[in-house]
Design a protein around this ligand. Structure first.
Ligand SMILES: [Mn+2]
Length: 353
């Protein structure tokens, strides 16, 4: 078991490195960087810093590159901030639990679209199989109460095959090989790079998820969106805008102005959203970022724990409220605001133990 001193050093380093990164690494093109954990060597002379970077693959790559470039400067600043005999040598690695989280979210659009559409087609009396090469992640198992999802198997004939959220035929993998015997292939996707491999292609890169296309399809067809279908499509469309972080204790959602314009929704339509994400089991703090202007974000906060007073957090950003519900309007670039607020929530959670 690590000694108490060892544990304290680890906590201390985690906090200070996080502080230095927040202060010194400019927000913007490298995504949201968080220090998830620090592994300290037994002699306390070197430390591995596990960083999470919330952003695109490109932002993650750039973020790690930047941290490596700035390593000595960060190490020096941390060394000055902590009172230790030796400031440990730092090494930055990307914590792939966050990457895995992102992957789950990517899968969310794919299986949410698949299952939502499969359920709707079943509702219309169609005989449906729902194939995916990857197994359904445990986190998303609730979407498939009827056990529709199966691995592909050869020897079937289809009147119609629908590919959802797949940019190319090759990406269908084994599924592609098992659907050769078919009359019609429909390709429904939102990737700009889609290779138009279907007999009918509905590719709309304006949408941030395939789930939105499925929603439109169901709406136009007049097929009922039952609660299980709604769960699937909500999961699918949340891909781009929703994150669970800090051991799933923080849930946050961002709403861009363009999302409102595109969907014809207004602020009132988004009102219940925060309670929805607050209800997720392990979540302690829920947060919604709403872009009011390119340089102004409305931040709403909800706490489920008496240990976390979100009004304290909001007041640090010029807002206020109550212990369990608070908010602020924060000027600055959206990504920078998100990063600062998530950092403040993280700090409050860490302090509350
Ligand atoms: Mn997608």
């Amino acid at each position: 078991m690590p000694s108490l001193r060892h544990q304290r050093v680890r906590q201390l380093l985690k906090r200070e490195i996080g502080e230095v990164i927040r202060r010194e690494i400019p927000a913007g093109d490298v995504g949201l960087i968080t220090v998830n954990d620090v592994g300290v060597a037994g002699d306390l002379q070197s430390a591995t810093v596990f960083v999470g970077i919330i952003g695109t693959a490109e932002q993650q790559r750039k973020g790690v590159e930047l941290l490596k470039k700035e390593r000595l400067r960060i190490q020096d600043l941390v060394g000055r901030a902590v009172v230790l005999k030796y400031a440990p040598r730092l090494r930055f690695v990307l914590d792939d639990s966050v990457v895995r989280g992102n992957r789950v979210l990517e899968i969310g659009d794919c299986v949410g679209s698949q299952l939502g559409l499969a359920l709707a087609l079943q509702g219309q009396g169609k005989k449906v199989v729902c194939w995916n090469e990857d197994r359904l992640p445990q986190k998303l198992a609730f979407l498939d109460a009827r056990n529709l999802m199966e691995p592909p198997s050869p020897g079937h004939r289809f009147d119609c095959v629908i590919a959802a959220d797949s940019a190319s035929f090759e990406r269908l993998g084994k599924v592609g090989k098992c659907v050769q015997n078919r009359k019609l292939l429909l390709n429904i996707d939102h990737h700009a790079s889609n290779t138009r491999y279907g007999d009918v292609n509905w590719v709309s890169a304006r949408e941030s998820s395939t789930g939105e296309l499925i929603f439109r399809l169901l709406s136009v067809a007049g097929w009922p969106i039952t609660p299980p279908i709604a769960d699937c499509l909500f999961t699918a469309v949340s891909t781009d805008n929703f994150r669970l972080t800090h051991n799933d204790q923080i849930a946050w959602f961002k709403l861009k102005k363009a999302d409102f314009a595109r969907t014809g929704a207004d602020t009132a339509d988004a009102e219940g959203l925060i309670d929805h994400i607050r209800a997720i089991e392990p979540v302690v703090v829920a947060c919604v970022f709403e872009e009011l202007d390119p340089e102004l974000t409305r931040v709403s906060l909800r706490s489920k724990s008496e240990r976390i007073n979100v009004s304290d957090i909001a007041s640090r950003f010029g807002g206020g409220g109550h212990q369990a519900a608070a908010g602020a309007r924060v000027p600055g670039k959206p990504l920078a605001v998100q990063r600062r607020v998530i950092a403040a929530i993280t700090k409050a959670l860490d302090a509350a133990g």
